[in-house]
Design a protein around this ligand. Structure first.
Ligand SMILES: Nc1ncnc2c1ncn2[C@@H]1O[C@H](COP(=O)(O)OP(=O)(O)OP(=O)(O)O)[C@@H](O)[C@H]1O
Ligand SMILES: [Mg+2]
Length: 592
């Protein structure tokens, strides 16, 4: 109530100042009374201790003699020294144990998907890098007598893993072969599979189990590994040689707490979509109910391998440039620019150095921070060719159509755009659309998002692909749409972003960051498919209209024939003949 009065008085500007005072005056005694009523015992105790716990304001009014400092502020304050005792390094594994949601392990259902996804992504990457057509076996098996616990097993026919690398790959976060390069692959961070193992260890206490063989003539190695999260190092629980009759390849088994549920964002959906974007893959999937589903490869050719490229100078930031100058093997800055970056010829390097006011022979190790700054500005002011784009391997229009063919529709189209660049990184967009057929008329379209051939099932709202689709105007292409929402109608829209470095919004790799260059390119792809779809939709509508009219007119034919028969006193045969002639005329006019 007191608050209300104060607020009302505030509304009258003239009385503002005194009103505040009154409010304060009123409030102060109220507090006092409340304090008196509420805590007589506390008061007694305070008297006993001879240290007063009177509220600050009241204390100021009474102007007590200087009280001892400790008593006025009873809470023990930290000092720089006491804080320093608790300051220590945080290991990456500890960090992600606390923040496992950042890696896609925030609930048991998603954890199951992420685990399978990480293992399958690795298997496909390894097979493709080794030039092997992938055969993947996925099994999700409930652990008997343990509710909500499953064993996930993923086996591939890839090149296998060298023995001494197995513990580090599966028992150490941030250890991998893909982070330090610019090459199109599904994995890029070096966290995926070890994080899945760590989640399993955290929820079931069980180690990750790996069997790997690099050749059918060499023994297979079997490891059981846990992660020492404090040190982010592997702990080997078992290291054996085992019989393995699958040739070369790797098998990963993880026990974990999980939830299996069909439908959207399920592992079934992930595997379906993986088969769409990877027609060269054979997948056999044993469901938790023990049923085996086989996805036969529809293409016998491996996708062309994306080439590894050096960073483009336009994408480099000051800190990175300083580090590159420091780490380079070249003896001069000019040599470093030419050797460590893509698209920098001797002429371009010379032009950059001139603009930066640096000598052609300047030593990279001796470049000061402000000189590096000048160098960066000179790079940005020099015309440098776009990065090479043959480093990206698209799925291809034909194979997208083949993949979409798994969905029953009556119109399909696809577009592979020419490559483009964001922050110095080449990327390429592909779009596919399936329309009509068995697809539901009501509700939003189904949007299939892919990054480097991997289906993205979570964080749809945070993804640049979703924004590009929602910001495209679909009404002119024959779909419904309200505002900037996903379009509505019987369609499936597929968008694939391929890049040497996909800019994910988080470590769980589920949403693409909103780079304007990427959004623009996706929109152009969508518009092209949209235009083709619109032609089909319009034709279908015209045909439907004509069919409706024909049905309407043809319903009159028997009546006309009957009327003519009555007027002209015709025979049955003649009446039938009239019917046939009129139907023929109608058919011919429709064709015209
Ligand atoms: N099945 C496999 N066959 C061969 N090599 C593998 C396999 N699984 C993992 N590796 C190797 O282990 C490395 C680490 O895998 P991990 O999944 O942790 O990281 P990544 O795939 O490099 O990146 P990301 O964290 O984005 O998945 C890979 O870079 C690869 O070199
Ligand atoms: Mg990986």
């Amino acid at each position: 109530m007191a608050k209300k009065t104060a607020a009302k008085k505030k509304a009258t500007p003239k009385k503002k100042a005194p009103a505040k005072k009154t409010a304060k005056k009123k409030a102060a005694p109220k507090k006092k009374t409340a304090a008196k009523k509420k805590a007589p015992a506390r008061k007694k105790a305070a008297a006993k201790k001879k240290t007063s716990k009177v509220p600050k304001k009241a204390a100021a009014r009474r102007k007590p003699k200087a009280a001892p400092k400790a008593a006025a502020n009873p809470r023990k304050r930290e000092t720089a020294e006491s804080m320093s005792k608790r300051q220590r390094e945080i290991s990456i594994s500890e960090f992600f144990t606390k923040n496992r949601h950042l890696l896609g392990f925030d609930n048991p259902r998603r954890a199951l998907l992420t685990t399978i996804k990480e293992a399958v992504d690795n298997s496909l990457d390894a097979c493709e890098e080794a030039g092997i057509l992938p055969d993947i076996e996925i099994e999700v098996k409930p652990i008997p007598k343990q509710e909500d616990r499953f064993t996930v097993r993923v086996r591939d026919n890839g090149p296998g893993i060298v023995k001494k690398q197995i513990p580090l790959i599966f028992g150490k976060l941030l250890y991998g072969s893909k982070f330090h390069r610019l090459k199109m692959s599904r994995g890029q961070q070096g966290i995926g599979i070890s994080a899945a193992g760590m989640y399993g260890q955290l929820t079931t206490g069980q180690p990750i189990r790996i069997t790997s063989s690099t050749s059918k003539n060499r023994p297979a190695h079997y490891y059981e590994i846990t992660i020492d999260t404090q040190k982010n190092t592997p702990r080997i629980q078992r290291d054996d040689q085992v019989d393995w009759d699958h040739g070369h390849g790797t098998q990963v088994e993880i026990d974990l707490e999980a939830k299996y549920q069909k439908g959207r964002q399920s592992i079934d959906e992930y595997i379906d979509e993986t088969a769409i974007a990877n027609p060269h893959v054979n997948i056999s999937y044993i469901t938790p109910d023990g049923k085996k589903r086989v996805y036969e490869r529809s293409s016998q050719d491996l996708p062309p391998e994306g080439r590894e490229i050096r960073p483009h100078p336009y994408g480099v930031e000051l800190g990175v440039l300083i580090k590159m100058l420091h780490d380079t093997r070249s003896r001069s800055v000019k040599g470093c620019l030419q050797a460590d970056f893509s698209r920098v010829s001797a002429r371009v390097a010379g032009e950059i150095l001139d603009k930066a006011g640096l000598s052609q022979k300047a030593r990279p190790g001796r470049i000061a921070r402000d000189e590096a700054d000048r160098l960066l500005k000179a790079i940005q002011n020099t015309k440098i060719m776009n990065p090479p784009t043959d480093c990206i391997s698209p799925i291809g229009e034909e194979l997208i159509l083949q993949g979409l063919g798994r969905i029953e529709a009556d119109f399909y189209t696809s577009v592979t755009r020419s490559p483009s660049v964001y922050r110095g990184n080449p990327f390429l967009v592909e779009v596919g659309v399936a329309y009509g057929g068995s697809l539901a008329e009501e509700g939003a379209v189904r949007l299939l998002r892919f990054a480097n051939r991997v289906p993205l099932l979570y964080q749809r709202g945070a993804c640049a692909i979703t924004s590009a689709v929602a910001e495209t105007s679909w009404k002119s292409y024959g779909l419904g749409q309200s505002g900037n929402n996903l379009p509505v109608g019987p369609a499936v829209i597929l968008v694939h972003l391929a890049s040497v470095w996909v800019p994910f919004t988080s470590e769980s790799k589920e949403a693409i960051a909103h780079y304007p260059e990427i959004i623009k390119d996706i929109k152009l792809g969508l518009q092209e498919c949209g235009r083709r779809m619109a032609i089909h939709v319009r034709r279908r509508r015209r045909e439907a209209d004509a069919a409706k009219k024909r049905d309407y007119i043809s319903s009159y034919i028997p009546h006309i024939a009957n009327a003519l028969r009555n007027i002209l006193d015709l025979t049955d045969r003649k009446e039938a003949r009239i019917k046939t002639v009129l139907t023929d005329v109608l058919e011919k006019s429709r064709k015209l």
